[in-house]
Write a protein that binds this ligand. Structure first.
Ligand SMILES: C[S@@+](CC[C@H](N)C(=O)[O-])C[C@H]1O[C@@H](n2cnc3c(N)ncnc32)[C@H](O)[C@@H]1O
Length: 259
């Protein structure tokens, strides 16, 4: 086993996998996952809504916006409909770079690296706090003179300082040209999305699991899109981004285009 993999403390990638019905998790992940569900029963719906959002957005970007390059930071463990599968269903020549810093995602990276023969997938073991390294590592696979979809779904919430999170987004978006898109999802405590119940769950998470997490307000989430043109319908629950299906969840989702 990879000696970075700790089985004595719950890891986000593995608990997320548990909530999505996956098998790549340990007893400690299932125990914490169940306790978080006790505090915040809709967390499983949040995870499923987030993945469904990913599917709709990547399909839209490949089919309607003609994007052929995807930088998916905070990939998570392989599940149904990973970014390359969704993108290459529309455009077999799509090129995808996956980035995560969890050692268990690294051990499963081979499953993420199956690509349509016309396209490419690559996996980079890197930390979101180091966007310059992510940009440099992407250069072998992505042509940064052509538009890129920069995806950070459920990961900026692990960058605890909002100024730093904003700076990471700006560094990444500065490295890609006009026509590139930023795709974000992020948990919130905003009552408009029923997020109040998330507070006790996040406090419990921060005492019992890793990495520590934070929620953000609508205003903070909106600030990550400064300088970009928001696609319709703007900033909504990720379950309501071009969908009326399923419950409203306390996870913002939005897509912005670099002018
Ligand atoms: C909530 S999961 C989301 C997975 C996937 N993006 C999705 O939306 O289904 C967050 C992922 O971000 C990864 N992650 C957390 N902090 C990170 C960091 N500082 N750098 C890179 N990846 C990180 C975790 O390992 C986990 O796989």
């Amino acid at each position: 086993m990879n000696d970075r993999i700790r089985t004595d403390i719950a890891h986000n990638a593995r608990v997320w996998n548990y909530w999505l019905g996956g098998k790549d998790n340990y007893p400690v992940d299932r125990a914490v996952g169940d306790q978080v569900t006790g505090f915040y029963p809709s967390i499983g719906e949040v995870a499923r809504a987030d993945r469904a959002f990913l599917g709709r957005v990547v399909t839209h970007l490949a089919a309607e916006a003609d994007l052929r390059q995807f930088l998916d930071i905070g990939t998570g463990l392989p599940t149904a409909d990973n970014t390359h599968e969704v993108a290459q269903r529309v455009a077999p020549d799509a090129r995808i770079v996956y980035v995560d810093n969890d050692p268990i995602v690294l051990t499963h990276a081979r499953a993420l690296l199956t690509s349509a023969p016309e396209g490419v997938t690559e996996y980079v073991d890197a930390d979101a706090h180091d966007p310059e390294r992510i940009v440099a590592a992407s250069l072998g696979t992505l042509d940064l003179s052509r538009p890129v979809a920069v995806m950070m779904l459920g990961i900026l919430n692990f960058v605890l300082d909002t100024d730093e999170a904003g700076s990471i987004v700006r560094t990444l978006m500065a490295a890609v040209p006009s026509g590139s898109h930023l795709v974000l999802t992020h948990p919130t405590l905003e009552p408009e999305l029923g997020g109040e119940g998330n507070k006790a769950a996040m406090d419990f998470w921060n005492e019992n699991a890793t990495p520590p997490i934070t929620a953000r307000t609508r205003e903070e989430f909106t600030s990550f899109f400064d300088g970009l043109d928001l696609l319709e319908p703007g900033i909504v629950s990720c379950s309501r981004w071009r969908s009326e299906e399923g419950p409203v969840v306390a996870q913002f989702g939005a897509v912005g285009r670099k002018p």
